[in-house]
Design a protein around this ligand. Sequence first.
Ligand SMILES: [Zn+2]
Length: 323
Amino acid sequence: MELYGKKHALSLLNGFRSSGRIPHALLFFGAKGIGKHTLADHTAMMYLCENRDAAPCMRCSQCRRIEQHIHPDVVYPLSFMENRAYHVGELRDFITSCYIKPNDGDIRVCIFEELDEMSVTCQNSLLKFIEEPLDFNRYIFIADKKSPILQTVLSRVVAVEVDGADEDEFSRALTDNCIERSHIPELYERFGGNIGAALGFEQCGEEIPYLTAAIKAADALSSKKELDCLNAFLALKTRGEIFEALGILSDIFAQTSAVKAGRSTCGAYRKQTERLAAAYSLKTMTRLYGEAARLYGMSFTNPNVKLFAAECSSSLFSTAEKA
Ligand SMILES: [Zn+2]
């Protein structure tokens, strides 16, 4: 198993390991395709690897079984749930089963995928479980976004943002996955450091419409082409897609503001960030962030998808021009 990019997340995890204290509950969050599941497996190896000094060694029987997803003590509760959706009854049964000691070793790692899709009732049913962990249980939560997660859950986990790859790592990852070299610059342009999204597109023709729209809209703003921005939004078919695109745009604007303020960022959309940073002042970027966040909050109140798409484009452009 090879880990590409994720330098920020890995340096945090390695810091925990060297201090001898990996938190018992972690949340990995970041865009779809960014590598949260791979990082969760890597962390499970850190907890269970037989070679404590070099964990994860990737060679011992613990590491190898985790990589193959056949380790009896690394469990993915979502995979036990009917229709792969969390139901409170099934979740409670799962929690009860975790009061029994692990099968194989000293530690059980529960990897909860799609925490941001979990209902409030389900999230509430986890609180006591997370807060009063048994010695042998560790929890890793995975979510695309932090916003749907209850504050009471967030306060009980250590949240780690999973960052994208830089251009070199991106290129290495795609080459290792047999993607033709000549395609790589265009893929980086399109998907930033999101290796999973680029592979999905290149290998399966899968496109994530809201990701494409967000990237096109960001580029349209930096090149000041309003029609391109409008077309990017109009390509989206549901309010859910517009909501996702606005979420990504908010991230890109926040990253750009951070760059303008002289801070380094760990985001996946470096090209878009660089271009926006060259085109606008910090004040404008802060305003754009505020505007994207406002529209994000309105995503489900506006009944007409096309009208809302057009409003997103025109509001962002008029905010950018206000300078
Ligand atoms: Zn190992």
